[in-house]
Design a protein around this ligand. Structure first.
Ligand code: NAX
Length: 331
């Protein structure tokens, strides 16, 4: 039998945390044969609520769950973790400037970077969910220099799954038959959901999404804005931001990273740019990736047309600006 894997969830008393921890404890993230020990971190005002989540995890009697650490101590939370899902952060409140939110989160991610670097397992894989996700991940990477840069990623899988969902709804095909959409860039409204390489599995083999949809105006217009604005649409409908879909996407991200992507299929992950596709190096940028043996690699050689080029550059520029803003908060 496999030994338990320690999974940290920060912000575990929040809405995404509440949806995510039972998924992890049920084996959705790491597989039905993989025991887990959950480490849950939140801040002191949420300590009582966090303890309530721990009580419910005990009450759910999950067979794979071999232990629960619920704490407000970041060192205790990070000690020995193999996977860290960083959901905790400071939310943007009405009337707050972008710089103020950035400043709060940069200081959280700077200090949690040090705790992870010093106390996590040496091979720890990190997924940042909290916004601004790409830039929080970048700060974490910069302030945890001994964690391999390939181990620090951010979540754009929710956007990727939203894009799959939109194509599935439009074509009335099962979402599992749609693959290889791409989210490029920032997890913000500047992201570029790209279907130029996406396909649908049909009885007659794989067909390009563009050919089946046969509506370029929608694919280059309404489809893109729907995916970009989906988070806002959920808030409008639910009066709360996405939680179950975000939690599910976080599980998909880690599962594919650890257990591998199916042959011929790629997914979107925010990773440290190496300059692929002429994106500036030194930012965390969402790319199409394939995973094997616990490692991701950027899918190379895809043709980028002029329309896409502009969109890849615009979202890269936003990330370069966010990076500068984050550093100005540090000085
Ligand atoms: P909640 O406000 O419900 O939960 C956040 C939790 O983090 C709270 O319990 C809070 O006490 C805790 N927290 C705050 N500071 C902390 C710290 N320093 N250490 C540990 N915990 C801390 O927000 P929720 O709806 O769960 O969303 C969490 C984050 O995910 C937000 O930043 C949100 O913007 C982001 N999202 C990112 C998505 C993505 O695709 N990358 C999509 C969903 C979501 O909007």
């Amino acid at each position: 039998a496999k030994g338990p894997v320690r999974v940290l969830v920060t912000g575990a008393a929040g809405q995404i945390g509440y949806a995510l921890v039972p998924m992890i404890a049920r084996g959705i993230m790491l597989g039905a044969d993989q025991p887990v020990i959950l480490h849950m971190l939140d801040i002191p005002p949420a300590a009582e609520s966090l303890n309530g989540v721990k009580m419910e995890l005990i009450d759910a009697a999950f067979p794979l769950l071999k232990g629960v650490v619920a704490t407000t101590d970041v060192v205790e939370a990070c000690t020995g973790v193999n996977i860290a899902v960083m959901v905790g952060g400071f939310p943007r409140k009405e009337g707050m400037e972008r710089k103020d939110v950035m400043s709060k989160n940069v200081s959280i991610y700077k200090s949690q970077a040090s705790a992870l670097e010093q106390h996590a397992a040496p091979d720890c894989k990190v997924l940042v969910v909290a916004n601004p996700a790409n830039t929080n991940a970048l700060i974490l990477k910069e302030f945890a220099p001994s964690i391999p840069e390939k181990n620090v990623t951010c979540l754009t899988r929710l956007d990727h799954n939203r894009a799959l969902g939109q194509i599935s709804e439009r074509l009335k095909v099962p979402v599992s038959n749609v693959k290889n959409v791409i989210i490029w860039g920032n997890h913000s409204s500047s992201q570029y959901p790209d279907v130029n390489h996406a396909v649908v599995e049909t009885e007659a083999g794989e067909k390009p999404v563009r050919q089946l949809v046969a509506d370029d105006a929608w694919l280059d217009g309404g489809f893109i804005t729907t995916v970009q604005q989906r988070g806002a649409a959920i808030i409008k409908a639910r009066k709360l931001s996405s939680a179950l879909s975000a939690a599910s996407a976080a599980c998909d991200h880690i599962r594919d990273w650890v257990l591998g992507t199916p042959k011929g299929t790629w997914v979107s992950m925010g990773v440290y740019s190496d300059g692929s596709y002429d994106v500036p190096p030194g930012i965390i940028y969402s790319y199409p990736v394939m995973c094997e043996n616990g490692k991701w690699s950027i899918v190379q050689g895809l043709h980028i047309n002029e329309f896409s080029r502009k969109k890849l550059d615009a979202t890269a520029n936003e990330l370069v600006e966010e990076k500068a803003l984050a550093y100005s908060c540090l000085s």
